[in-house]
Design a protein around this ligand. Structure first.
Ligand code: BG6
Length: 484
């Protein structure tokens, strides 16, 4: 199968940091279909040779194991072309059309990794130039809008030029091996399903913690914040994966229908829950791995009085028969105590205690997403004791390390998702109605914050965020997994 992958934003940050390295990995693994072209699009007037040279230079910054040898790069570079374009000029789309016409590939992927403000223009212009053929797929990067109205407008405009089956909305968390494993755990095993409900589960905690600050994206982040950057998409997709009903089959729409139901079942916000169950924070100066780091307000491109949140913790519920009354906690932030993404499922305690145990630990399943990829099942066992007839229980854990079991060279998120686009598999992409529903649910929080003069609570970089996040969960009688 031949393909042309057209990369709008071909000289941008995402292309250098994620897409090119992922495409190279697919090439190295032999999974990128032979006979493809990768056509970078950018404003600069570069020749294909200059573009290849820029990419080669950027590969020097990629981790060693993922860097091409000279010989590998020469073979990979043969796939790369460059077409300079001003994205508002119809003539430039005609030139792109001529380049595509040379080959008439079986599949043409239009990957729009530009500023979101250009999504609509690019899709409209592609249609006007007749480049929205049945062979074409369009990939849209997040953020797709900054609120419900702008998200609807983008989806409506893109929907004028492409059918839903041609639109691949990326949420790279869905491409992570650990998230694939979560689906496998829930729907490939009979063991957990009977327990996966309110009768047996006390609460579920989703944490996506980053050590990094905003790096060189201060200006972008200022108008985005953690709620739009992480909660509306990645965290809610994880919540769907953990909370959804088993789909009737593994087809894209069967999976997406079930995720949509979860989003529709999220408990609506009230003035009380907005005030009590959503905590926003912003990092102050602190230290990460022993090195001093500046406050968010001191980062480049950030307002010195900024109210943008770099941390969110919230409590919600999925109002359906399976989950009624079970709190789901979501927490994400930058400059936290570690890079750590995990989902913790806390089971209910035993109904009756027969051991005189000091231990007040319930069973817990921890789904580690990164940096570790694996599962931990926390149990209690009879601990060793010198005293006769001792009934002391001790915590033990079953620990599955998927990197060890399957090898750490597994397919990365972008590699997996890019191959899925080329093959036309929509399972791991987000449908427009899911996105709209997720925006609908976060919008009251955005509105609430607009009128909340207090602003985010400051937390020292290198900690777990503002103490209010712990107080919030403590009100239910629980604590974050690292606290208990
Ligand atoms: C992106 C956000 O979507 O996800 C970034 O825009 C964030 O701010 C990143 O750092 C986190 O992704 P990962 O794969 O490093 O956890």
């Amino acid at each position: 199968m031949s393909f042309d992958l057209v990369l709008f934003g071909g000289t941008g940050d995402l292309a250098w940091r994620k897409l090119m390295p992922a495409l190279f990995q697919a090439f190295r693994h032999g999974t990128l279909p032979a006979g493809g072209r990768i056509i970078g699009i950018g404003r600069d007037t570069l020749s294909a040779e200059q573009y290849r040279e820029r990419i080669r230079a950027r590969f020097d910054q990629v981790e060693l194991a993922k860097r091409p040898s000279v010989e590998e790069f020469t073979r990979f570079a043969a796939l790369l072309e460059f077409v300079p374009m001003d994205l508002s000029r119809p003539d430039d789309y005609a030139r792109l059309g001529a380049t595509l016409q040379q080959r008439q590939a079986d599949t043409v992927v239009m990957y729009v990794a530009t500023a979101p403000s250009l999504f609509t223009t690019v899709c409209e212009q592609l249609a006007r130039a007749g480049l929205n053929t049945a062979q074409t797929r369009v990939v849209l990067e997040k953020p797709l809008g900054h609120d419900l109205a702008s998200n609807r407008a983008i989806n409506a405009a893109v929907g004028q030029s492409f059918s839903e089956k041609q639109i691949f909305r990326i949420d790279h968390y869905l491409g992570k091996p650990a998230v694939q494993n979560l689906f496998a755990l829930r729907f490939g095993n009979a063991l957990f399903e009977p327990l996966w409900r309110r009768e047996h589960i006390a609460n579920i905690q989703i944490t996506i913690a980053e050590e990094l600050g905003v790096e060189n994206r201060g200006a972008f982040y200022e108008t985005t914040g953690a709620l739009r950057d992480m909660v509306q998409n990645h965290a809610l997709q994880l919540l769907c994966a953990i909370g959804m009903e088993p789909p009737i089959n593994a087809h894209a729409d069967a999976i997406r229908d079930e995720k949509l139901k979860v989003l529709r079942s999220l408990k609506p916000w009230t003035p009380e829950t907005l005030a009590q169950d959503v905590i926003r924070g912003q990092y102050a100066a602190g230290s990460i791995a022993g090195a001093a780091v500046p406050a968010y307000r001191e980062e480049k491109g950030v307002d010195a009085q900024s109210h943008t949140e770099t941390f969110v913790a919230l409590r919600t519920e999925i109002s359906n028969w399976r989950w009624a009354g079970v709190p789901f906690y979501i927490r994400t932030g930058k400059r936290l105590a570690g890079r750590d993404a995990r989902i913790v499922v806390n089971f209910r305690p035993t109904p009756h205690a027969i051991f005189n145990s000091q231990m007040d630990v319930s069973n817990r399943l921890v789904i580690n997403l990164q940096p570790k990829d694996g599962l931990e099942l926390h149990l209690l066992a009879q601990g060793q004791s010198n005293r006769r007839n001792s009934q002391t229980l001790a915590p033990v854990q079953l620990d599955l390390d998927f990197d060890k079991r399957f090898g750490s060279g597994r397919v990365g998120a972008y590699e997996r998702l890019l191959l899925d686009v080329i093959d036309g598999r929509l399972n791991l992409f987000v449908r427009s109605d899911e996105q709209i529903e997720a925006w609908r649910w976060v919008e009251p929080i955005i509105e609430h914050w607009k009128h909340d003069a207090q602003g985010p609570r400051l937390y020292a970089a290198g900690t777990w965020g503002p103490s209010a996040a712990s107080a919030m969960i403590a009100r239910d009688g629980y604590c974050w997994a690292e606290e208990c």
